[in-house]
Design a protein around this ligand. Structure first.
Ligand code: TIU
Length: 237
């Protein structure tokens, strides 16, 4: 027979205070774990960044995603990118960066940050499963010009466990957007990554400072301990 899983768990180690997770109203958000940002030789590296710092996220995040799936917590993925005609890329964004390495230019893995290109898609280790939501977003935040609000509302989600890259750019923007929309957000410290160690440290501190000004933080080990309580366990008598 299958035992009834625990419906609510807490993460006592969360900063700045204990964080409560209700399995029925929580989703795991995986932000922009795309080849363009993470693969050696890709767009991120061509901008002079050390992709190794982002790649440390892959292993703990794969483990967290696996536990979330077992626990029945919805996993929602996002991808930053644009239509092939770049009609959804504002000129101000298009002009950023070195000429020939801008959005839409040919890169090592196809046109940079263009939907449908190999580099735009999610790294193999974290590939979405059939049925998981994949939100294509033209901005840094996952709510701007996307269907994310509708996806969350229709699933009854009020709490987000936030992961992905980069900590100070798309993760921060999304958490700030979510906070203003009334979501409780916990950012998983070893499942978010930055090309800049200093931004990683300070970016995480900013979230939970001032009594949790726009969220909580906790390590994946402690989040997984909480989620494991939601996994139905088979018992035989
Ligand atoms: N996903 C995301 O963070 N997009 C970026 O462009 N991040 C950088 O840090 N460049």
């Amino acid at each position: 027979m299958t035992s009834v899983p625990t419906p609510v768990m807490s993460i006592p180690s969360a900063s700045p205070s204990e964080f409560t997770v209700d399995a029925a109203t929580t989703a795991l958000l995986v932000i922009d774990m795309q080849r363009d940002f993470l693969l050696p030789g890709g767009f991120g590296e061509s901008l002079g960044n050390d992709v190794g710092l982002l790649r440390t996220v892959i292993e703990p995040l794969a483990a967290l995603i696996a536990v979330a799936r077992e626990a029945g917590i919805p996993v929602i993925h996002t991808r930053e990118g644009h239509r092939p005609d770049l009609s959804d890329c504002p000129p101000a964004k298009l002009r950023r960066g070195t000429p020939s390495q801008r959005i839409g230019d040919p890169g090592a893995f196809g046109r940079i940050l263009v939907r449908g290109e190999y580099g735009h898609d999610i790294v193999d280790e974290l590939a979405p499963l059939e049925g998981e939501a994949v939100i294509d977003k033209p901005g840094k935040g996952a709510f701007y010009a996307t269907e994310l609000s509708e996806v969350l509302t229709s699933a009854g989600i009020t709490t987000l466990l936030v992961t992905g890259v980069t900590t100070e750019v798309c993760v921060h923007t999304t958490v700030r957007e979510a906070n203003d929309r009334g979501y409780e957000c916990l950012v998983v410290t070893d499942c978010v990554g930055s090309y800049f160690p200093e931004f990683q440290r300070v970016g995480l501190e900013m979230i939970s400072a001032q009594g949790g000004i726009f969220g909580w933080t906790a390590a994946s080990e402690d989040v997984m301990t909480a989620l494991a309580a939601f996994v139905p366990t088979s018992t035989s008598r």
